[in-house]
Design a protein around this ligand. Structure first.
Ligand code: SF4
Length: 319
């Protein structure tokens, strides 16, 4: 299937997915990949499908959505592998932009140092870059890159791309349990801080079955730690976490419980902020105790302060 959806996405609104890569053709073999281990581990760009064929399929899906009165916010390259391995990516983006809907690409960033890949990505309206590690050893452990790749070259390529890109730039950092992050989170945050025009840095956890059985999503404490460290360097408005609550259910409803759950699904709330929200809604602290008791909220401590965040879905029974 060359095109699918549209599906709701927290980052992209309603997104029509484009699959321009055959299954598991990737320059990485991430330990958390929801598609399993990479079978075609390559870094050489190739032609997989005809750009006209992809355009036709996407146009058909767009027309179907229009006939159902469905909105599409982005046409998104989110294939079963790494989209920049497609040597026709730039041509496809140019064709698709004629439809009049913004085009997004979710890439693992591994080939961004190549001039042709950079030129292709510059044509998109939104680019999401994977940055799981800032040091070689952790990068090798988590992303398991194809031979011939170098993290330094990739990080330089990302910085160069950010300088030139005029569209919306976001990043995603996946956090895994039992990984010793030590100073890594700070190093990633420092790198992100220097990126020109970065709109949002997402901290994510794997929410679907991973390639390696031992891989578990990071615990709430680690997600909160990453959020706090990233926020210190980038500002709170630039950091959110993605912990499996996708969709558009994040608008304020005026109902205090729902609002609390919606806000804490995106970022942790400091105890004082929670108290303030309750005060404005004329509600009592009992509401929080109930949400904690029902295992919907969790209390985490960071540098002496208490924070409240959504219980990670995979750790909540009944989800
Ligand atoms: S980069 Fe994406 S597709 Fe490739 S192995 Fe990692 S998670 Fe899977």
């Amino acid at each position: 299937m060359l095109a699918f959806g549209p599906v709701p996405s927290r980052r992209l609104g309603r997104s029509l997915g484009i699959n321009n890569i055959p299954p598991k053709t990737c320059s990485y073999s991430c330990i958390y990949c929801q598609l399993g281990r990479t079978t075609q581990h390559i870094i050489k760009r190739k032609s997989f499908y005809k750009p006209a064929e992809i355009f036709r399929e996407v146009k058909r899906k767009v027309n179907e959505a229009i006939s159902r009165n469905e909105k599409i916010d982005y046409l998104t390259f989110v294939p079963d592998g790494e989209p920049t391995l497609d040597v026709n990516l730039g041509r496809e983006i140019s064709l698709l932009r004629q439809i009049g809907i913004p085009v997004a690409v979710l890439t693992n960033s591994s080939l961004i140092w190549r001039e042709d890949v950079k030129e292709d990505l510059l044509k998109a309206n939104l680019v999401s870059l994977k940055i799981d590690a800032a040091t070689e050893a952790l990068w090798r452990k988590i992303n398991r890159p194809c031979k011939g790749l170098s993290l330094d070259r990739i990080l330089d390529g990302i910085a160069d791309f950010a300088e030139a890109f005029k569209g919306t730039l976001i990043t995603e950092t996946m956090l895994i349990d039992e990984i010793k992050y030590d100073d890594e989170l700070r190093k990633i945050a420092v790198f992100l801080r220097e990126l020109n025009g970065l709109e949002k840095a997402y901290v994510a956890i794997p929410t679907r079955p991973p390639a390696e059985k031992w891989v578990k999503p990071a615990k709430e404490e680690t997600v909160n730690l990453a959020y706090q460290i990233f926020s210190e360097k980038l500002g709170t408005e630039k950091v959110e976490y993605l912990i499996g609550y996708e969709g558009n259910a994040f608008a304020s409803t005026g109902k205090v419980k729902e609002d609390l759950l919606a806000i804490t699904a995106v970022h942790p709330m400091r105890r004082e902020a929670v108290k303030e929200l309750l005060r404005k809604a004329n509600a009592e602290w009992r509401v929080i105790e109930e949400l904690l008791h029902k295992n919907l909220l969790v209390e985490v401590r960071y540098e002496g302060d208490l924070y409240y965040m959504r219980r990670l879905p995979s750790r909540t029974s009944g989800y």
